[in-house]
Design a protein around this ligand. Sequence first.
Ligand code: NAD
Length: 481
Amino acid sequence: MKRYQLHIGGTSLDPTAGQWFETQNPYTGQTWAEIPKGDASDVERAVQAAHLALTEGPWAEMTATQRGLLLHRLGDLIARDARKLAETEVRDNGKLFAEMLGQVNYLPQWYYYYGGLADKIQGNVLPLDKKGYLAFTRNEPVGVVAAITPWNSPLMLATWKIAPALAAGCTVVIKPSEFTSASTLEFAKLFDEAGFPPGVFNVVTGFGKDVGASLVEHPLVRKISFTGSDTTGRLINEQAARHLKHTAMELGGKSPNIVFDDADLEQAVFGAISGIFAATGQTCIAGSRLLVQDSIYDEVVAKLLDIARTARMGDPMDADTQVGPVTTPPQYKKVLEYLDIARQDGATLLLGGRAADKPECGDGWFVEPTIFGDVTNNMRIAQEEIFGPVLSIIRFKDEAEAVAIANDVRFGLAAAVWTSDIGRAVRMSEKLQAGTVWVNTYRAVSFMAPFGGYKDSGLGRENGIDAIREFLQVKTVWINS
Ligand code: NAD
């Protein structure tokens, strides 16, 4: 069985305590690799290496253009190894290979984009109300960054942090999810090959309460860039506040996908299907609440069921598979619990509603694609993030009611509107409380487009030009002339 090592200071190392834990393939339920069980001593080694690289040596001396070139080289290496990296992701998180390959193939763009931005970060000469001074600003790296990532899209979500952080001149220690650490450990080797100095990028694997908490507490870590659940995000923010650290939080969602009676219904139904069933519903932007206007409710439900009941579950490596397993045993249990909660709350089960036991699902953690109708927005399945293949359909009368229902959740990550009325599209995009609003599409993301949450879905933004500012601090210099 494959046994991984930590990546600290440009070297692959065993964990200090000499302990490993097993990682399973969600499709087979079998252990396929051993992951280093890091602890506070490993965090100490990694943060010291990152701090040294930040303050002394080649990284600190490099021009921004040179940093940008290294990011470009890293992008090229990811493109070269995309297949291998995507296969590792699938083995660990069970998502469809075609989807993961598409995702990994897209990642170089982040390194090219932020690599290109590295030497375009400019300060300002300040106009002053005082004579006899020259004052200007410098944008300096915020310091050692701790990146903490979830299990659903390990390399993509890590990249959204790493690319702008390195372009800004920071150094990084990353802790991937304990359920999906392997791809990040393999990815780390590309940094050495690209020519990054030791200590610029470090990986410490292990559990949240050990490695994650030690990173958050470490005095030399100045910024915590977190993607995960709002429960963990809140905890990290509380700890970070005690040490006055910068934080960025990409948290959960309960996104409304709103279909008006003037929409292209074929398109809207495909949008609803991909909104909830892509990645087995395990995406922060999952369109888990489908709001359908009264007059087209029955038609939309019928079309939806026609497609969803034909979904092929099975081996995520198989090109014909459309829905893969749930990634982790606790998540599998959680999704099944919500199916009971929905029934108890009075939702009407229209499809699925149970663990899948088809032969093609093997011993994997599969849940049938599930659709509940007649859901009201106060039910728990309409308010809480399930993070699985479970769709709640809610009726609405008119625009005002659609907005009221859509906004009546504590999350605000994304929302979509399906309509052929341009005025309605504009009005809805203004009124929806979400960091991303899609019109007649779902799931579009880009390295160029800011991404992040309103309300309990997060703090700060990733992607786009301004994301680099999340990793900079401004210094004002006064010169007495
Ligand atoms: P999680 O919060 O359980 O874990 C995320 C990471 O935090 C893991 O690496 C975990 O080990 C670590 N962690 C746990 N406890 C910690 C602690 N006390 N201190 C420091 N680190 C700790 O989330 P998850 O179950 O891995 O991921 C699913 C969640 O992520 C969902 O809520 C989903 O919506 C969210 N998510 C958000 C986005 C986004 O961009 N907004 C993207 C993907 C996933």
